[in-house]
Design a protein around this ligand. Structure first.
Ligand code: HEM
Ligand SMILES: *[C@@H]1O[C@H](CO)[C@@H](O)[C@H](O)[C@H]1NC(C)=O
Ligand SMILES: *[C@@H]1O[C@H](CO)[C@@H](O)[C@H](O)[C@H]1NC(C)=O
Ligand SMILES: *[C@@H]1O[C@H](CO)[C@@H](O)[C@H](O)[C@H]1NC(C)=O
Ligand SMILES: *[C@@H]1O[C@H](CO)[C@@H](O)[C@H](O)[C@H]1NC(C)=O
Ligand SMILES: *[C@@H]1O[C@H](CO)[C@@H](O)[C@H](O)[C@H]1NC(C)=O
Ligand SMILES: *[C@@H]1O[C@H](CO)[C@@H](O)[C@H](O)[C@H]1NC(C)=O
Ligand SMILES: *[C@@H]1O[C@H](CO)[C@@H](O)[C@H](O)[C@H]1NC(C)=O
Ligand SMILES: *[C@@H]1O[C@H](CO)[C@@H](O)[C@H](O)[C@H]1NC(C)=O
Ligand SMILES: *[C@@H]1O[C@H](CO)[C@@H](O)[C@H](O)[C@H]1NC(C)=O
Length: 335
């Protein structure tokens, strides 16, 4: 009897200690879709409305914002390190790394979203969460899938330009190299193929694919996996020694709509980047059947895309008391 009482109170004490611990050690907290439900209940619609406004004068902005979340998450995790400019503590910005310089865009819209949130819920929503929310709003605004964005990320105190130069994929790599970069952040080939489907909207500059048009890998000929009709069109847009900054639609069949045409294009050898076409044209690759499946089944693509975006958004987030909530997405607080 006595020992039962002792055991019961010991049991109770253990429970209380565990409960207290779960509140005071939030550093390994999970992201949650309801993170701002009390502190900023309208966060999603505020983000969405700023993007809707920007989209009126810039139909490309939804693609650009989707890409920002990707370029943030692959470097240092989803911590808004991509948004930091040089200044104060920050001696190197990811914005000038190869994959971002004169390429990543939409930063002013992120600042507008931050300002809009600042009036409704000052100091509450992190810039890293803004990037995640902006990606979802952007995809769904262009008729793509929508998903419950997991929230609660905090903003980092550092940027890593070397990381941006080495961890982000380039359009000149082999499928094996791309697969390795994704698998380094726990994204598998289903995720890779699904996420590449983001190239169903947005633009790419000639400099990122012109190596395919005239003298591919020193062969003296164009890339043999490039549709010859499409090749002619692209050669007109990107003449040899022309302006490498000229923009081209990543998906000419429906440039601003988030649909499955990216995958249909691949079946027709109409992938714009070498790394796009490789998903379908690498002999023996397990990505081929995934491309076919997505080209035939919009629902399968949309489900896999949403799932992969959530996975990507979970890359090493700062939570709890780690990092901070930046007041200005471009700089660390107090600098
Ligand atoms: C698989 C490896 C990938 C490579 C090699 C790659 C490379 C590129 C390149 C070179 C551009 C053109 C940039 C420019 O011309 O300035 C681009 C654009 C774009 N990328 Fe990717 N990308 C990859 C994966 C992804 C992923 C995972 C996403 C998002 C989930 C994404 C979203 C986009 C979007 C939306 C654009 C158009 C941006 C705009 O119009 O501003 N890409 N990508
Ligand atoms: C400077 O960066 C370090 C991390 O590298 C951080 O701990 C510190 O708080 C930063 N200082 C300021 C003023 O932002
Ligand atoms: C980034 O682009 C600018 C031109 O806008 C160029 O002057 C600069 O050298 C580039 N930076 C790097 C690191 O390549
Ligand atoms: C947010 O509001 C605070 C003061 O309320 C101000 O110091 C800060 O600059 C604002 N940030 C933005 C991005 O508007
Ligand atoms: C930056 O990223 C590179 C490449 O992943 C890594 O080796 C390096 O440790 C990182 N530097 C910092 C300060 O996080
Ligand atoms: C990739 O991971 C997802 C779950 O995150 C899973 O559904 C899918 O089957 C995996 N694909 C491969 C090829 O392992
Ligand atoms: C193609 O590139 C290779 C290697 O750079 C070069 O030797 C060759 O002369 C080029 N061919 C043509 C037709 O330009
Ligand atoms: C190339 O085009 C970009 C915009 O498309 C323009 O800003 C730039 O001045 C052009 N460069 C040259 C050398 O014509
Ligand atoms: C090239 O593209 C056209 C138009 O989409 C298509 O009909 C044709 O089958 C494609 N050719 C090859 C070899 O994929
Ligand atoms: C892939 O296989 C086809 C024949 O099935 C062949 O024509 C092509 O050259 C091969 N491509 C590569 C890159 O090995």
């Amino acid at each position: 009897m006595l020992s039962t009482t002792y055991n019961n109170s010991f049991f109770l004490l253990t429970i209380i200690i565990l409960l207290v611990l779960s509140f005071v050690s939030p550093s390994n907290a999970q992201l949650s879709s309801t993170f701002y439900s009390k502190t900023c209940p309208k966060v999603s619609s505020i983000v969405r409305n700023v993007i809707k406004q920007a989209r009126k004068s810039d139909p490309r902005i939804t693609a650009s914002l989707t890409r920002l979340h990707f370029h943030d998450c692959f470097v240092n995790g989803c911590d808004a390190s991509l948004l930091l400019d040089v200044g104060g503590n920050i001696t190197q910005s990811e914005k000038t790394a190869g994959p971002n310089n004169n390429s990543a865009r939409g930063f002013n819209v992120i600042d507008n979203i931050k300002a809009a949130l600042n009036s409704s819920c000052p100091g509450v929503v992190s810039c890293a969460d803004i990037l995640a929310l902006a990606a979802e709003a952007s995809v769904s605004l262009e008729k793509g899938p929508s998903w419950k964005v997991l929230l609660g990320r905090r903003d980092g105190l550092t940027a890593n330009k070397t990381g941006a130069n080495t961890l982000l994929p380039t359009p000149f790599e082999t499928l094996a190299q791309i697969t390795a970069k994704f698998s380094a952040v726990n994204l598998n080939i289903t995720d890779l193929v699904a996420l590449s489907g983001a190239h169903t909207f947005g633009r790419a500059q000639c400099q990122f694919f012109s190596q395919r048009l005239y003298n591919f890998s020193g062969t003296g000929n164009p890339d043999p996996t490039l549709n010859t009709t499409y090749l002619t069109t692209l050669q007109q847009s990107c003449p040899q020694n022309g302006n490498g900054s000229t923009l081209n639609n990543l998906d000419p069949s429906s440039p601003n709509t988030f649909d499955k045409n990216y995958f249909t294009n691949l079946l027709n050898n109409r992938g714009l980047l070498q790394t796009d076409q490789e998903l379908f044209s690498t002999n023996g690759s397990s990505t081929i059947s995934i491309v076919r499946n997505f080209a035939n089944n919009k629902k399968a693509f949309f489900q896999a895309f949403a799932q992969a975006m959530i996975k990507m958004g979970n890359i090493s987030p700062l939570t709890g008391t780690q990092g901070e909530i930046r007041a200005d997405c471009k700089k660390v607080n107090g600098s």
